[in-house]
Design a binder for this molecule. Structure first.
Ligand SMILES: Nc1ncnc2c1ncn2[C@@H]1O[C@H](COP(=O)(O)OP(=O)(O)OP(=O)(O)O)[C@@H](O)[C@H]1O
Ligand SMILES: [Mg+2]
Length: 439
């Protein structure tokens, strides 16, 4: 099994002393539907520094967990994955470039030069308390003592390059190799969520802990939020590299500039109902009514949206079935109402599943809190694709969905009427200029 050397750990410590640089959805989308070799190369360069910084923070964080949690075999395993991926990125050979090519890479491109300033400004993420995450724009100044934050701010993800004429083939080769390495890393980390969950279970058993405390809770929030960010950048870069050959209309990487909210919602409803029928052995799952304009669309990552909708809908359907009994002929209808404002698109999911006692509301946001009696087996392969999950039982659905919402400046809230039902509000920020909340 792969183990990090002492030297590698030193390098990791060095990288971890730099803050991560948050990117906004708008910056990600500036690449357009067909980025040039030069622009993609600049992004590869940015990522070949930014990803190791983010990975290094995770290696350190995993090593500094309280109460013996760091020593759990599954936590160690995940820590090694992060260290190994770190090594693969920093040791990837870079092409030697002529002075002329270097100079050309630094020359701003003409086509996008004018608009990029407005687009590239990031704003404070509205769903995050100021100073909660180090990379949020307003808080970087606190860390200015050693100039590292300033140096980080000078690195930019999107730099349109001068694309008049061809680039030397080494650039394209490097881009391809870089994307391939990222693909490999992404697969290595597919089962991080379940493996960390496994680590927490090991620790709970060993230390006889019933619930996780606020230190572990905030570690997990930080950790999974960072994972969302890393996977976003990686997924985006791989897709952008592919898009240099094949064009997908309305897509920039994995971002859909015209995500049709209604279509995504219909699909999530269908999937959640299917899982519900399967799990409870129902002839027909409780009905879901959707109220949404036909053509409501906005810029988002469809995968994130369907994940959040699927998770909240599964919760509602489960509550409805369990409150009214699986043998009922007909169930009350769950309503999904989608509203479009200037700032936000808001989705309300209202069920008549009996609600949640007020004292349990804070618990629903903690990892591994579930009212399912028997947690299903944690099969490390189960989330090979992030979006395939059983009906319920891990206590991850809500906290992870809230991270997805907050990642792009939205939020997820829940209001319950005990004895009647629950309303879940999913706010999605349309302005998309807010920075990733990272630490
Ligand atoms: N709409 C709802 N109505 C009633 N209770 C709910 C609702 N949504 C969530 N809950 C409660 O909150 C708990 C946590 O929900 P969460 O989605 O985080 O985990 P889970 O559904 O138990 O497991 P999974 O990780 O598989 O989703 C649930 O077990 C349930 O008790
Ligand atoms: Mg759930």
């Amino acid at each position: 099994m792969w183990k990090p050397s002492e030297r590698l750990m030193d390098t990791i410590r060095h990288y971890a002393s730099f803050p991560a640089t948050g990117v906004s959805l708008r910056q990600m989308v500036q690449f357009g539907d067909r980025p040039s070799t030069g622009t993609l190369f600049r992004a590869s360069q940015f990522l070949s520094e930014e990803l190791p910084i983010r990975l290094a923070h995770r290696v350190q964080d995993l090593g500094e967990l309280p109460d013996g949690l760091s020593e759990m075999p599954s936590i160690k395993k995940v820590q090694d994955w992060y260290a190994q991926s770190f090594e693969e990125i920093i040791t990837l050979p870079r092409p030697t470039l002529t002075q002329e090519v270097k100079a050309r890479l630094l020359r701003p491109g003409r086509a996008n030069g004018g608009v990029s300033k407005i687009l590239s400004e990031t704003t404070q993420n509205p769903s995050i308390r100021e100073g909660q995450y180090r990379s949020s724009p307003n808080s970087t100044s606190h860390h200015n003592g050693n100039g590292k934050a300033a140096a980080a701010a000078a690195r930019r993800y999107f730099v349109p390059s001068d694309d008049q004429g061809d680039w030397p083939p080494e650039l394209n080769d490097y881009n391809e190799r870089f994307a391939k390495t990222l693909g490999h890393i992404k697969r290595r980390h597919d089962s991080v969520v379940t493996t960390v969950a496994q680590g927490i279970l090991e620790w709970k058993r060993k230390r006889q802990r019933l619930q996780i405390d606020s230190t572990v809770q905030s570690f997990l929030d930080r950790f999974y939020m960072s994972r969302i960010g890393i996977r976003m950048l990686i997924g985006q870069h791989i897709a952008l590299t592919e898009q240099t050959h094949v064009r997908h209309p309305n897509y920039v990487g994995i971002i859909c500039t015209k995500t049709n909210v209604r279509e995504v919602a219909l699909e999530a409803i269908e999937n959640a109902r299917f899982v519900c029928e399967d799990y409870y052995g129902l002839f027909e799952a409780p009905k879901v009514q959707l109220v949404c304009k036909e053509d409501l669309n906005f810029m988002y990552v469809p995968g994130h949206l369907s994940h959040m909708l699927f998770e909240t809908l599964k919760n509602s359907l489960r509550a409805v079935v369990e409150t009214h009994g699986a043998d009922k002929e007909a169930f009350p209808v769950t309503k999904v109402i989608i509203a479009e404002g200037k700032e936000d698109i808001t989705i309300k999911i209202s069920d008549e599943g009996g609600g949640i006692p007020r004292s349990a509301i804070p618990l629903v946001w903690t990892y591994m809190y579930t009212t399912v009696e028997q947690t299903p087996n944690l099969d490390p392969d189960f989330d090979k694709s992030d979006f395939k999950a059983p009906m319920a039982g891990f206590g991850y659905g809500l906290p992870i969905s809230r991270l997805y919402a907050r990642y792009f400046g939205g939020d997820l809230k829940l209001i319950s009427m005990e004895g009647y039902g629950t309303d879940v509000y999913l706010h999605l920020n349309r302005l998309s200029s807010s920075s990733e909340p990272l630490q």
